[in-house]
Write a protein that binds this ligand. Structure first.
Ligand code: NAD
Length: 296
């Protein structure tokens, strides 16, 4: 078997086009422009690339982008003041604080200072609780993107056997919550899981969010399984730096029914879902219907 390639890049472009169409409608019919504020503290090169990309795509879908770049030695009080300002700003519907923050700042404290209704990353403790209890939440972008790809490929996820490898607050745990919410039977595997290949082999849905290059090989995958590879790992191969996932693509693609490539799979979905979340936050703030097909 050769797996179908799940084209996250094309799917993300479609999500952005749907967001852009709804933003245009919001402007025309309600006179409202959704706004996203991104806060970057320090000069981490990867974070700078992400923030630039987020700003560019925000503008491309017709939203307002507010960028706040603060020096690496910014103190907590200054950052909290800025967040309070953004919470109170009616033009701002979504607030994202780019992680990781410099070590002298308490990331939990900072994230929990964001108005939960504007927490488009879905990391505020209120949103975590709302998701866990099946209530309307802001859902973390990467797992939301994975869910969209899975629903598109499989339709109903009800009763399906899913294994999520990784239990981080950013990917693994919310991914498991979303699958559970769609009535899948969910196993969360992690670094202490025994007989991991056997656990993974039983799954119809495998989501790998580990951060270990090509750890999941084809012999771990059940025939026909849908494999979502969240991993983004930079490795040296043949003298070049290349991006690989947590799944060994070639061997897994021989067994799986469908698989996301790296790059071009889950990666592009994350920013697309950030834009979708900003639109959702804006719609909720204005008492308008949820944007169809763009929420969990
Ligand atoms: P993390 O380091 O916070 O969590 C990794 C998880 O993997 C942990 O829960 C740990 O228990 C588990 N783990 C580690 N070693 C393991 C092993 N040998 N066997 C089984 N489980 C093991 O990482 P994260 O933030 O969840 O990110 C995971 C990966 O996804 C990284 O490669 C990251 O770059 C990538 N990522 C991609 C996107 C995207 O937009 N595509 C977004 C976020 C993260």
């Amino acid at each position: 078997m050769t797996a179908e390639v799940i084209d996250g890049k094309a799917f993300a472009a479609d999500v952005r086009a749907r967001v852009a169409a709804l933003v245009a409608k919001l402007k025309e019919e309600q006179g409202i422009t959704p706004g996203l504020a991104v806060v970057l503290v320090g000069e981490d090169p990867a974070s700078q690339v992400y923030v630039r990309s987020k700003g560019k795509q925000t503008v491309e879908v017709g939203m307002e982008s507010f960028e706040h770049r603060l020096p690496a030695d910014t103190d907590e009080a200054t950052l909290l003041d800025l967040i309070a300002e953004l919470n109170a700003d009616a033009r701002v519907h979504g607030i994202l604080v780019q992680l990781p923050l410099p070590p002298h700042l308490n990331a939990d404290l900072v994230i929990n200072a964001i108005d939960p209704a504007k927490d488009v990353d879905g990391f505020h403790i209120s949103n975590v609780g709302l998701l866990a209890t099946g209530q309307k939440a802001m859902v973390p972008c990467t797992p939301l993107g994975c869910l969209m790809l899975l629903r598109d490929r499989l339709g109903s996820l009800s009763g399906r056997n899913a294994v999520v490898i990784g239990r981080s607050n950013i990917v693994g745990k919310p991914m498991a919550q979303l699958l559970l919410r769609d009535s899948a039977t969910v196993t969360i595997a992690h670094s202490r899981t025994r007989d991991l290949p056997d656990v993974v082999r039983k799954a119809e849905i495998v989501v790998a969010a580990v951060g270990r290059p090509e750890m999941v090989t084809g012999d771990w995958i059940g025939p026909g399984a849908t494999v979502i590879d969240v991993g983004i790992n930079r490795i040296e191969r043949d003298g070049k730096t290349v991006l690989v996932g947590d799944v060994h693509y070639e061997s897994a693609a021989r067994v799986a029914g469908a698989i996301t490539p790296v790059p071009g799979g889950v990666g592009p979905m994350t920013i697309a879902c950030l834009l979708a979340n900003t639109l959702t936050a804006c719609s909720r703030a204005n008492g308008l219907p949820e944007p169809e097909g763009l929420t969990a």
